[in-house]
Ligand binder design. Structure first.
Ligand code: SAH
Length: 345
């Protein structure tokens, strides 16, 4: 038998192509797309689609909703961490955060990760596979449905390296932005990368005004190589050069993520070195108190050192924020929960 296709993986145009075979009108594809992005779970809920077409759809497609395997709610701030089970049994994580201006989702782009950053919990269990665009959209739909809310902001900062799953991530961005779907503005979406230079250059040409976040985490190659093996492939110079091109082509401000780690990258001198590297670039720095992951010796810098770091950057005219920690009681950081589950299996 022919394998069924996940409708969530498809654009309106792709659905339309399939429907041509049935000789139905074009606007039906849009109706189907609208239904599945409203979060319905079965074809019978598509009340404006004729029964015979619903049957044909059932024969060819499925709606790839994600199953909630587990859910943790932070007692401190209401942040919700989800573990989702994919159709092949693999598990991914997503996080829902509530801000004054609405809900923000942190979603995964791969099952596991190849990048090997030393401080990150996602890497421990290795890489399994890419997520399809529908599995990325599915995370948003499942969280919206579970909470009865609308998600207005998306950060691709969960498990995985989005630019290592380039085509599916781009397709996801276009699907989630579609006005007949979730209609999330590109400006409300951040794509975070550990620094895959060819992907950054390619993204600059897509004409998608998303926010690009670069996980920099160190002011020099020696330190960065120890933390992030990807730096051996793309040095800081190459990375900053790509960022410069990105800002010139897109006119969009880049965010540099910098996880502050006690005694590793948090000195005044580190801050000065960083300032000199990124000075003049259209950017902003986000300092993140590193989350201590079991099995690593990385510890959070104290508040004073983080404030001192910020002050040095600001003295050099670099806009800097310190990220508020959400969900600290539920292991909300990247990959931590999935890792626990895998280790217990
Ligand atoms: N692969 C992408 C996106 C996923 S990681 C990237 O590297 O950007 C999302 C962010 O969380 C990255 O900035 C990553 O460096 C950061 N991160 C991972 N582990 C962390 C930890 N233990 N503490 C603080 N930030 C962490």
């Amino acid at each position: 038998m022919e394998q069924k296709i996940n409708l969530l993986d498809m654009t309106i145009e792709e659905i339309s192509k399939h429907l041509e075979d049935y000789g139905v009108e074009k606007y039906r594809a849009k109706q189907v797309f609208q239904w599945i992005h409203k979060g319905i779970g079965s074809f019978d809920e598509m009340t404006n689609i004729p029964m015979d077409l619903r049957q044909k759809l059932k024969d060819k497609f499925y709606i790839g909703r994600l199953e909630i395997q587990d859910k943790l709610v932070s007692r401190i701030d209401g942040t919700v961490k989800y573990l989702f089970k994919l159709i092949d049994g693999n598990i991914i994580e997503s996080v829902l955060m509530k801000y004054k201006h609405g809900y923000s989702a942190c979603i995964s782009s791969q099952v596991g990760c190849k990048m090997g950053c030393k401080f990150c919990a996602s890497t421990g269990a290795g890489f399994i596979r890419n997520l399809s665009s529908g599995e990325i959209v599915g995370q948003i739909l499942a969280m919206q449905k579970d909470q009865g809310i609308r998600i207005g902001n998306i950060v691709i900062m969960g498990i995985g390296e989005p630019l290592d799953n380039y085509d599916n991530v781009i397709k996801f961005l276009k699907i989630v932005n579609n006005k007949d779907g979730l209609n999330v503005g590109y400006r409300h979406i951040s794509v975070s990368t550990c620094g895959l230079v060819p992907g950054i250059l390619r993204l600059s040409e897509e004409n998608l005004p998303v926010t690009l976040s670069i996980s920099l985490h160190a002011p020099d190659d020696e330190t960065r190589e120890q933390l992030m093996p990807v730096n051996k492939r793309y040095s800081i110079d190459k990375l900053i050069e790509a960022c410069k091109i990105y800002t010139e082509v897109t006119k969009r401000r880049i965010t540099f993520e910098y996880a502050v780690i006690a005694g590793v990258n948090d000195s005044k001198n580190d801050a000065r070195k960083l300032a000199h590297r990124i000075k003049g670039l259209l950017c902003h720095v986000n300092l993140i108190p590193v989350n201590t992951v079991e099995g690593t010796d990385f510890r959070q810098s104290d508040r004073q050192s983080i404030e001192r770091f910020k002050k040095v950057l600001e003295e050099h005219g670099i806009e800097t924020t310190i990220r508020r920690e959400l969900g600290s009681d539920i292991n909300a950081a990247c990959g931590q929960l999935r890792r626990k589950v895998i280790e217990n299996q």
